[in-house]
Design a protein around this ligand. Structure first.
Ligand code: FRU
Length: 499
């Protein structure tokens, strides 16, 4: 269903209540019937989902919100949609939490974060406003959720304007505490159109002082930095962020915009610097990860969740009135100074029947399973000399599949989407290649869910995420190769409760 032919600005910014209720009801129905509807990933009921927001733990429950536009698969006027969970895998939809209904957020309640202060969950977000000349105004706003789950928006911004020298491309406040103070990082743009991260700090969120630019690189981070997010893993600072317009010589990437990170020795609040920063790296080696949000949970874990989708790219499900999803929840770890992303332990609770997999790789592609319901996890251990291809979302003739081309011997992986399901975003390339440790046994842990695939390599040392839009019958799982052996397990995964 795609009844709307032309999404004018006027239509995209029409308040939700002015839409015919039947229209959205019908859209929700269409989305439910979509063959690409997801089993255990968070997706919109209708319309578009983008960044995860306000990921937090409050009142004995996990909270997660996302950027939502419910009327179609376009970037219209955004709200925060709320979910809660007791186990990080079954998410209860709770409806819209923050709507664009004030003069400080009339054109979108944009991204932000959550932090527990005393007995409230404080949500910090950017209010996006377009003036009569369609010029953007950005206000940093707070809202307070009480013990009963009721949310009250503050009627004044806590940061009313960008500091002097910066444009109104100024958004995505991340709030955290450090050294006894409240800190806020905000994605920003200098008047010379360079992307930076700005920092504020103070005794409370209502009494912040502008500190300046966070110093974490000598290089230009492009024209804008979105969604900066500082998280501490065993005390080590890791900054996740999305530089737009980054020179790909600094960090090779193929997606329209990358989601990158650096690690550092310390967060020096005097110098406003992440000291001894690592080289810039891609958080995900695949096609579709952006706007990852992480926080230090009270149980000691650093937990992350990503938007699986990219700005400015069209996806096949747009035609069915919905777009994008969130990743499974990942725990961030550091081993030998390297970042690892591991599915949270709770993820294993989705497992149903287990099937053992073992064999020798041979040039004739062998079915691991000829048919699946495309809702599964596989874990494969491949020998250090293995070279071959794993086909997911495969038809029986292997004309169509997502190919994971692995070469443990030489330390390379290529994820090839060129013949997987319905083609899209081809302008940004149909393969992603990256190195792994060579001549080492290779571990692949893969989550497939109807139209998304998350690949964790060597216990999360590398992660590659891809949307795939299979057509009828593209559910098989095959393996082929010239060298090596494999063993592992397949589990069918159950649906998320409440889906
Ligand atoms: C990133 C982003 C944020 C912004 C939000 C709007 O995808 O552009 O910078 O707050 O999406 O939906």
């Amino acid at each position: 269903m795609n009844t709307i032919k032309e999404w004018t600005d006027e239509l995209r910014y029409t308040p939700y209540h002015q839409w015919d209720q039947q229209y959205q009801k019908q859209l929700i129905k269409t989305v439910r019937n979509s063959p690409w509807h997801l089993n255990y990933h968070i997706q919109p009921e209708s319309g578009l989902l983008n960044d995860p927001n306000g990921f937090s733990y409050f009142n004995g429950k996990w909270y997660l919100f996302y950027q939502a536009y419910p009327m179609g698969a376009v970037h219209g006027v955004k709200s925060w949609y709320q979910l809660t969970s007791e186990n990080l895998i079954d998410w209860q939809p709770e409806g819209f939490a923050l709507l664009p209904d004030s003069s400080y957020d009339s054109h979108g309640v944009y991204s932000g974060s959550g932090i527990v202060v005393d007995d409230e969950l404080v949500l910090a977000y950017t209010g996006n406003v377009r003036d009569e000349n369609w010029q953007r105004q950005s206000y940093q706003m707070l809202a307070y959720m009480n013990q009963q789950g009721e949310i009250t928006k503050s009627d004044q911004p806590f940061i009313p304007t960008p500091p002097k020298g910066y444009t109104h491309e100024f958004r995505d406040p991340q709030v955290f505490t450090y050294g006894g103070d409240y800190w806020v990082l905000i994605g920003a743009q200098r008047e010379n159109l360079e992307g930076v991260v700005l920092a504020y700090a103070g005794e409370s969120l209502e009494a912040l002082e502008f500190k300046g630019e966070l110093n974490f690189t000598d290089q230009s981070m492009g024209f804008m930095v979105e969604c900066p997010n500082l998280v501490f893993i065993d005390g080590t600072p890791v900054l996740l962020f999305c530089p737009q317009g980054l020179d790909s010589k600094l960090n090779p990437y193929q997606n329209i915009y990358p989601n990158t990170y650096i690690t550092a020795d310390t967060f020096d609040t005097e110098q406003l610097a992440l000291t001894n920063p690592s080289q810039l790296q891609n958080l995900d080696e695949g096609f579709d990860v952006y706007a990852t949000q992480a926080f230090n949970a009270p149980d000691g874990r650093a937990l992350a969740v990503s938007w699986i989708g990219l700005p400015e790219i069209e996806y096949p499900s747009d035609q069915e009135g919905w777009a994008h999803c969130l990743s499974i929840i990942k725990e961030l770890k550091l081993k030998n100074g390297q970042l690892y992303q591991v599915p949270v332990a709770e993820q294993a609770e989705l497992r149903q029947e287990e099937q053992a997999l073992a064999g020798t790789l041979s040039p004739q592609a062998a079915p691991l399973l000829e048919e699946t319901d495309n809702s599964y996890e596989i874990m494969l251990d491949l020998s250090a000399d293995s070279q071959g291809k794993l086909h997911l979302f495969a038809d029986k003739e292997l004309n169509h599949s997502l190919v994971i081309d692995f070469d443990a011997k030489n330390g390379m992986i290529k994820v090839d989407r060129s013949n997987a399901g319905i083609s899209f975003a081809e302008g940004y390339g149909t393969t992603r290649s990256f190195s792994i440790e060579k001549q080492q046994a290779l571990n692949l842990r893969i989550f497939v869910d109807h139209s998304v695939c998350e690949i964790f390599i060597n216990d999360g040392q590398k992660v590659a995420t891809a949307r795939v839009f299979p057509q009828e019958g593209e559910t098989g799982l095959f393996i082929e190769g010239s060298n090596g052996t494999y063993s592992g397990s397949y589990w069918r995964l159950r649906k998320m409760k409440n889906k």
